[in-house]
Design a protein. Structure first.
Length: 95
């Protein structure tokens, strides 16, 4: 019985490490950041169409993205900086 309890505790500790250590995948983060950008622009009544968005991991907490957009018949490429702390992210369009 004691062996089963110890085994169960080890299993729970392993599961906790897996859940906490994984965070978002780059693909999932890309999707969530894109949705956040679209929502912000919608709230600010900015009429821009996102054609493509790609994120690349720079460090443990930093990502750099390329955002291809269309607005009023013109195409533009923007750079997006993303910072992640594990649960939350913050994005900004680089100037």
């Amino acid at each position: 019985m004691k062996r089963k309890i110890v085994g169960f505790i080890v299993f729970l500790a392993f599961c906790s490490l897996v859940v906490v250590g994984c965070g978002l995948s780059t693909e999932q983060l890309t999707k969530e950041v894109r949705e956040a950008i679209e929502e912000t622009w919608k709230d600010q009544d900015i009429h821009v169409q996102i054609d493509d968005f790609t994120l690349v991991k720079k460090s443990k907490t930093e990502y750099k993205g390329i955002l291809n957009v269309s607005a009023y018949g013109e195409k533009q490429t923007l750079t997006v900086n993303v910072t992640v702390d594990g649960k939350n992210f913050m994005w900004e369009i680089a100037e």
